[in-house]
Design a binder for this molecule. Structure first.
Ligand SMILES: NC(=O)c1ccc[n+]([C@@H]2O[C@H](COP(=O)([O-])OP(=O)(O)OC[C@H]3O[C@@H](n4cnc5c(N)ncnc54)[C@H](OP(=O)(O)O)[C@@H]3O)[C@@H](O)[C@H]2O)c1
Length: 259
């Protein structure tokens, strides 16, 4: 069988970068995508040297609606067929919806939802035809409840989880799998990008990007539809199913620390 090609969005930092390391250790050929091309080039060089794999870098801003189609054209011109798509690129913004810049929130929908869906729609038919590969979507524990103080971000992750689970079911028996990884607080650049004022408690339970990526990668390899990273995150995700929604909203508001 030919070497597996894995495309990872948001590979320049945090969870995406660590996922790139996991797939590189499998010997997969990598296509690394993000805006910071120089960071991707450095990572690609490191992984080529350490794992003797082939790597490609594609610099793209996934907030631009035309980026997924450009990416597909790039793959086709390089003769690459993607076996595994890792939709990891994403960002949040902390603050009350009405007080945050609307443009930034619409960009969030584009990156976290529309580009993820667009890339999936472009690459999934080929996987099904070849009866090989799959999709690993990075959702969040934010997917399990509404998030006052990060309203759009939580809603985007609810979409990612719902979309992933539905696809996983639709694809039963096709040889193609879909996994949604749901990290809780993770030490990456996410908090800075989201301008977060995180509570001490949340910081204390943060996991490393490496641990989150390893668990996500393992879950994907075993064909699991959903994985919540760590018991400290899995338990609250279970608890929200039992609590009244009004209580869940209030707890989320307190944790998001926006008054
Ligand atoms: N950290 C957490 O606590 C946490 C918890 C749950 C879920 N997550 C999810 O994990 C995923 C990865 O985030 P992270 O925590 O690893 O944060 P991060 O360190 O900030 O990494 C985000 C990645 O997304 C890329 N990205 C952001 N905007 C982009 C755009 N417009 N176009 C292309 N790439 C873009 C960034 O690359 P460039 O800047 O180079 O473009 C970077 O590689 C996200 O989907 C996030 O929602 C994070």
């Amino acid at each position: 069988m030919s070497v597996e090609t894995v495309m990872i969005t948001g590979a320049s930092s945090g969870i995406g970068l660590e996922l790139a390391r996991c797939f590189a250790a499998d010997g997969s050929r990598l296509v690394l995508v993000a805006r910071k091309g120089n960071v991707l080039e450095a990572l690609a060089a490191e992984l080529r040297k350490t794992h003797k794999i082939q790597t490609q870098v594609f610099t793209a801003d996934l907030a631009h609606p035309e980026s997924p189609a450009r990416l597909l054209a790039h793959l086709q011109s390089a003769g690459l067929k993607v076996d595994v798509l890792v939709n990891n690129a994403g960002f949040g913004a902390q603050g009350k919806f009405a007080e945050l810049p609307l443009g930034r929130q619409l960009e969030m929908l584009q990156v976290n939802i529309t580009s993820l869906t667009h890339l999936t729609g472009l690459l999934l038919p080929g996987m099904i035809e070849r009866r090989r590969g799959g999709i690993l979507n990075v959702a969040s524990t934010a997917a399990f409840q509404p998030g006052p103080g990060m309203a759009v971000y939580y809603a985007t992750k609810a979409y990612v989880l719902s979309f992933s689970e539905a696809l996983a079911e639709e694809l039963t028996g096709t040889g193609v799998t879909v996994t949604a990884v749901c990290p809780g607080p993770t030490t990456t650049n996410f908090g800075t990008a989201a301008n977060m004022h995180t509570l001490g408690l949340v910081k204390k339970v943060s996991m490393s990007a490496e641990a989150v990526a390893c668990q996500g990668h393992r879950a994907f390899r075993s064909g699991k539809a959903v994985v919540i990273n760590g018991f400290r995150n899995a338990f609250p995700a279970f608890l929200v199913r039992l609590l009244p929604r009004a209580a869940v909203r209030k707890i989320a508001r307190r944790l998001n620390n926006v008054g």
